[in-house]
Design a protein around this ligand. Sequence first.
Ligand SMILES: Nc1ncnc2c1ncn2[C@@H]1O[C@H](COP(=O)(O)OP(=O)(O)OP(=O)(O)O)[C@@H](O)[C@H]1O
Length: 266
Amino acid sequence: MDAVTVTALVVDRGRRRVLPGLSCRVPAGRVTGLLGPSGSGKTTLLRAVVGVQKVRSGTVTVLGEPAGSPGLRRRVGYVTQAPSVYADLTVRENARYFAALHGAGARQADAAVADVGLADAAGQLVADLSGGQRGRASLACALVGRPELLVLDEPTVGLDPVLRAELWARFHALATAGTTLIVSSHVMDEAGRCDRLLLLRDGELLADSTPEQLRADGRSDDLEQAFLTLVRAREEVGVSGQGRGHRSEERARSGAFRGSEQEARA
Ligand SMILES: Nc1ncnc2c1ncn2[C@@H]1O[C@H](COP(=O)(O)OP(=O)(O)OP(=O)(O)O)[C@@H](O)[C@H]1O
């Protein structure tokens, strides 16, 4: 079953057509990675899924309802790139506040804080946290509502490898328990951690695949290399139109998909 169905979605931002007619599906109870270079339209697509993006045409159906329907508010959690927690409250106070909004108790809030690895910092003001810790505090606040669909925009940016691995384990535990997760990243080494992959480039869906299938299609064990092979193959058949693809390939090759998060985010 699909948790999200996007059909012929067209989105303009400013004077730019960011999504020129995107169609894709997100299966329920899985971790789906939304991968693509910076500026490829990942955040725009996530915004459309949570119903906060003005769309020109097309449809986005989430958990059986049109995206943004009032009935979805409690069923969908969204963690943006900019942490959305109160700086003058502690981590624990933030989580308990959001828990109260969702009718959840303090115990659930404290469990969410522990789940994101912030138990030791629970008494600290958010204002005093590092960027990565703030991001995790936001994630804890999204988890307390136990949403059926969790939309996470680059949740592992700035985290050390141990914490990243822990968070990915947490994402898969949530999926096993029935939650659908969409996780965006512009770091290809995260692609290998996903059950399914949606690869975006210039607002177009380059692949709807799995890590294994992408490696096979791109004839490389290295997912970044496999991605580049797919880009080239597309260009050879001229799917992307004149000139556009070449620009993207250069961008991908020059580092948007390369190396560590620190490098990508610096
Ligand atoms: N408010 C806006 N007005 C005009 N253009 C915008 C606006 N927001 C985003 N864009 C443009 O839309 C395109 C897609 O942006 P989007 O944030 O969806 O990309 P992204 O893949 O999430 O990138 P990143 O990985 O850097 O967050 C970019 O070219 C961006 O410059």
